[in-house]
Design a protein around this ligand. Structure first.
Ligand code: OAD
Length: 233
């Protein structure tokens, strides 16, 4: 397979989605009729869903947390770690994934724009806590500072993704943009590629199926990220 042939002066921004973790054994979102592990998005991925049934939502994210801990990064994640070592500071990895696998693989410059299963925060005083420090036995875990309800540190539908300023600063510098394992359905992430391409950046896609924003991809590699990334990078 052709190598990407990145230049030392390139500034690369990568966006990853559930597809890069599929080969680690974590299900993607849109391969099961819009259901996430048998739950609707409204039930488990909206502030209203949490307000209606915090016990169910907590049960769901505890399961996701333990599942993510039980799997390992795959060759796709590792290829991005090696790439970052080559590009040093000219590299930013933005992920929509909440499984922490980029971090565990060893990626350093990572923005988890949809939050993380490894943290939670207080609904009252906003104190952030590591899930590993929290007593997860109660149906609804409690803040160690103020005793009120904790909630998963996941950006739910209707909430603002994290660190958007930093992301757009990097997109403004990007000469190359890669989208990997994401269907291009969820905004604002789905729009990053159009934004950089309008600035003249080179765009590359790696995905099992053609994503929604295919029209903005200059070079498309169809297949599994764990097979393709190690061979093109
Ligand atoms: P999706 O489930 O929408 O898309 C996953 C994409 O990965 C699909 O286009 C698949 O074809 C592709 N894919 C599957 N296996 C692959 C593999 N081994 N290698 C490469 N590609 C593969 O997941 P996302 O696009 O990540 O939001 O979903 C975006 C957001 O919607 C998520 O972050 C989540 C969800 O609701 C929140 O939780 C806030």
């Amino acid at each position: 397979m052709t190598k990407l042939n990145l230049k030392p002066k390139d500034f690369l921004v990568i966006l990853t989605g559930a597809g890069i973790s599929a080969e680690s054994g974590i299900k993607t979102f849109r391969d099961s009729d819009g259901l996430w592990e048998n739950h609707s998005v409204e039930e488990v991925a909206t502030p209203e869903g949490f307000a209606n049934n915090p016990i169910l939502v907590w049960k769901f994210y505890k399961e996701r947390y333990y599942q993510a801990l039980s799997v390992s990064p795959n060759p796709g994640h590792i290829a991005l770690v090696d790439l970052e070592k080559k590009l040093n500071k000219n590299f930013l990895l933005v992920t929509q994934n909440v499984d922490g696998l980029h971090d565990r693989a060893g990626s350093k410059s990572v923005i988890e724009m949809h939050g993380s299963l490894n943290t939670c925060f207080c609904t009252n005083c906003k104190k952030k806590e590591l899930m590993s420090d929290v007593d997860l036995n109660p149906d609804i875990p409690i803040c160690s500072a103020c005793g009120k309800m904790l909630r998963p540190d996941i950006v739910w539908f209707g909430e603002m993704p994290y660190r958007m300023n930093e992301i757009y600063k990097a997109l403004d510098k990007a000469t190359v943009f890669m989208t990997i394992g994401t269907s291009g359905n969820v905004y604002p992430a789905a729009n990053f590629i159009a934004y950089v391409r309008n600035r003249g950046a080179r765009t590359i896609g790696v995905n099992l199926e053609k994503p929604e924003n295919m029209a903005y991809i200059d070079e498309f590699f169809q297949g599994k990220a764990g097979d393709i990334l190690p061979s093109i990078l």
